[in-house]
Ligand binder design. Structure first.
Ligand code: AKG
Ligand code: MN
Length: 207
């Protein structure tokens, strides 16, 4: 029977209208999450990108890196990222995420939140190259941070706050990017480092 189950049946569904969001508190990564965090902090060629917001350039309040199959360029907020080739560690993590989600991915955006002052503004992962109804699988390693989801149209829908633990997986699919924005707020408490890996599928060349 289990082969007839959708892979997402093994994940907790977060009850939101107009979208499909799933959470798994602890993934079996096949490697220690602290070790994976340390290796990524040390080995990834992290960059702090400048982005265009309302016609003005700002430094992003976090570091990023983009990996993927060649040709999976990704354009957002006025910057185009050309993928670095997959490393063994990232391919191993990708395989685990693909098994758990039943989806396949050709690229991953890594976000490195160095401390409580690093953050990500509200946005949707709705760039044209991700196609309609993108499937975004997001693995967290390190410090627990809160992801907030806000409905774009229904002002009566309460924002949804999700604490993303180390080694947890958040899966967004269906109409989530169309109807919701999400972001990671700064914290007033001290925070250790956190790395987030958002696996994506580029389905068409960017603009
Ligand atoms: O850090 C997170 O959990 C969110 C990352 C994210 O939304 C993104 O990379 O688009
Ligand atoms: Mn996002």
């Amino acid at each position: 029977m289990s082969s007839l189950l959708d892979a997402t049946d093994r994940l907790e569904r977060i009850p939101i209208a107009d979208g499909e969001v799933y959470y798994s508190h602890k993934l079996e990564l096949g490697c220690d999450d602290n070790e994976a965090l340390d290796r990524l902090i040390a080995d990834v060629p992290w960059r702090q990108e400048s982005i265009l917001v309302w016609g003005k350039m700002y430094l992003q309040p976090r570091l990023v890196a983009w990996y993927g199959d060649s040709g999976s360029d990704y354009t957002y907020s006025g910057i185009t990222l050309t993928p670095l080739p997959w490393t063994d560690l990232l391919l191993e993590i990708k395989r685990t995420i693909e098994t758990v989600t039943g989806a396949s991915f050709n690229s991953v955006l890594l976000n490195y939140y160095r401390d409580n002052r690093d953050s990500m503004g509200f946005h949707s992962d709705d760039e044209p190259e991700l196609g309609l109804r993108p499937v975004i699988a997001s693995l967290s390693l390190g410090e627990e941070r809160t992801l907030i989801l806000k409905h774009k149209l229904n002002k009566l829908a309460k924002p949804v706050r999700l604490k993303l633990a180390s080694n947890s997986l958040l899966l967004m699919k269906g109409e989530t990017q169309r109807y919701w924005t999400h972001g990671i707020a700064k914290e007033s408490r001290q925070c250790g480092p956190r790395i987030n890996l958002t696996f994506r599928r580029i389905v068409s060349p960017g603009p």
